[in-house]
Design a protein around this ligand. Structure first.
Ligand SMILES: Cc1ncc(COP(=O)(O)O)c(C=O)c1O
Length: 460
């Protein structure tokens, strides 16, 4: 077993000194692009906060029921869902070989939640994006008399009459790439017109894939936040345009949230307990916050105080860390720190976080981490070499969290104070890999070549 995550002091346990860096220190480190952990001082026990949130377990159940109602329709639209009977889900993969590289010894078991392989859209955005399209289509069909009720046969939404109805509407969205792919693919399959406003970071192959399906791709020379401003304004002026607002959408959020009750079943099937003695750590790459936010929210609902969520961002785009740390959420951008979104993690290249998600996360989230691109690339390589998985750079981010938690004094203090250090040998860690299925093979090879060139040498 490799032990290259040994702490600087030569200890390989999860302890550290008790110093807790203050917000000023964290801001200085953000400005200097230094990888860090920020522990959320406002996290509350589930009992104290869940009942006060604007969403409940019933909302997650309602969203899951919608997925189930739409499953026969999804099989009709996407034959690749035949085997899963129309359910878009990813496997939970045990990752013992990767654990040797990224978990300190004696710190529990490692799993990968393989959203990089989610069918139809090839990323975590399949959850939120496709759900949001289905939600809108269902609403139109019920109001327009195409569906008699929620008990009706939803395959009616794939008939010429439905396509005629949907063709009268344009879905629009701002995206760094993957959300646009999911909404474009689902929207076009139902017959909607779709306009995807792509930020400057969006990869060419994602735009090509959408154009092939007849989706209008609007290329912006600006970042994601600015692309959303244009898309939102255009849609506001036209009642036939429906803007799916990544920064504020409840539908996207609940679509993502449905992952967690399903994850609970997958953990149970794998014989993994989650309780006070067996804590669950979930590591989620974060852009504007919708995807990781929906999952972190549902994790606290599903597992209560035994679930510990951490968001991960590139050092060049730590928008959620900055928003939560300052409490200013969407009123502050990473540009104010002199950062410039210069990251290969295109899905995470966001300057301003979602206020909706940031505020919701205040009592729920354990913390945020930031990583350098060369670390992302090293983990992209780790995932390939150990488990044979091909992901895009954003999707490898979760791998970096265990090491950061180990080496950061405030994080170690937090783990100790919450009696998590002593339970670490019985913990389950989930690295959520968020995209990669549709990345062209030559691009994957290119990523690995970059990983060799850019990754930090291993200490051993
Ligand atoms: C691969 C990948 N991972 C993570 C994220 C982050 O999701 P969110 O922007 O909802 O925080 C994105 C966003 O596009 C993504 O493409």
């Amino acid at each position: 077993m490799q032990t290259w995550y040994v702490a600087n002091n030569g200890n390989d346990d999860w302890s550290g000194s008790l110093a807790t860096p203050n917000a000023g220190d964290t801001l200085r480190r953000l400005r200097r692009r230094q990888p860090l952990v920020w522990i959320n001082p406002n996290r509350q026990p589930a009992k104290a906060c869940l009942a006060n949130l604007p969403f409940s377990a019933a909302d997650i159940a309602d969203a899951e029921a919608r997925w189930q109602r739409c499953a026969p329709l999804l099989v009709t639209l996407f034959p690749e869902l035949q085997n899963s009977h129309g359910i878009i889900e990813s496997p939970l993969l045990a990752a013992p070989k990767l654990a040797e590289r990224i978990l300190p010894p004696n710190s529990g078991r490692l799993f990968i939640k393989a959203d990089h392989a989610l069918p139809v859209a090839g990323s975590i955005k399949a959850r939120g994006g496709i759900y949001a399209v289905l939600y809108f289509a269902e609403k139109l069909a019920l109001v327009g008399g195409l569906l008699d009720s929620e008990q009706d046969d939803y395959r009616k939404l794939a008939t010429p009459a439905a396509r005629k109805l949907f063709a009268g509407y344009e879905l629009s969205v701002g995206s760094t790439g993957n959300l646009g792919l999911s909404i474009g693919i689902a929207g076009a399959a139902l017959g909607f017109q779709v306009a995807v406003h792509m930020s400057v970071e969006a990869k060419e192959w994602k735009k090509k894939r959408l154009r092939k399906r007849g989706v209008k791709v609007v290329e912006h020379a600006t970042d994601y936040t600015a692309a959303c401003v244009v898309a939102r304004a255009e849609a506001a002026a036209d009642p036939r345009k429906h803007f799916i607002d990544d920064e504020n959408s409840v539908e996207l959020f609940l679509g993502y949230a449905c992952a967690v009750p399903r994850l609970k079943q997958q953990l149970a099937d794998a014989g993994i307990a989650v309780d006070r003695e067996h804590p669950l750590f979930i590591y989620l790459p974060c852009g504007v916050g919708g995807g990781p936010g929906g999952i972190a929210f549902a994790a606290r609902h599903t597992f209560g105080d035994d679930a510990h969520g951490f968001f991960v961002e590139p050092v060049e785009a730590p928008c959620m860390t900055l928003g939560m740390l300052t409490g200013r959420h969407a009123d502050i951008s990473v540009y104010s720190l002199g950062l410039g979104l210069k990251t290969d993690a295109d899905g995470l290249a966001v300057s301003t976080p979602s206020r909706f998600i940031g505020q919701l996360m205040e009592p729920l989230l354990d913390g945020c981490c930031t990583l350098e691109d060369r670390t992302l690339y090293r983990h992209l390589r780790d995932l390939y070499e150990t488990e044979g998985l091909e992901v895009e750079p954003s999707a490898a981010a979760g791998c970096g969290v265990p090491r950061l938690l180990l080496e950061d004094n405030a994080a170690a203090c937090y783990l100790r104070e919450n009696e998590l250090l002593s339970r670490m040998p019985r913990a389950t860690h989930i690295v959520w890999t968020t995209g990669g299925l549709f990345v062209p093979p030559e691009q994957h090879r290119n990523y690995r070549a970059l990983a060799h060139g850019r990754a930090m040498p291993r200490p051993d």
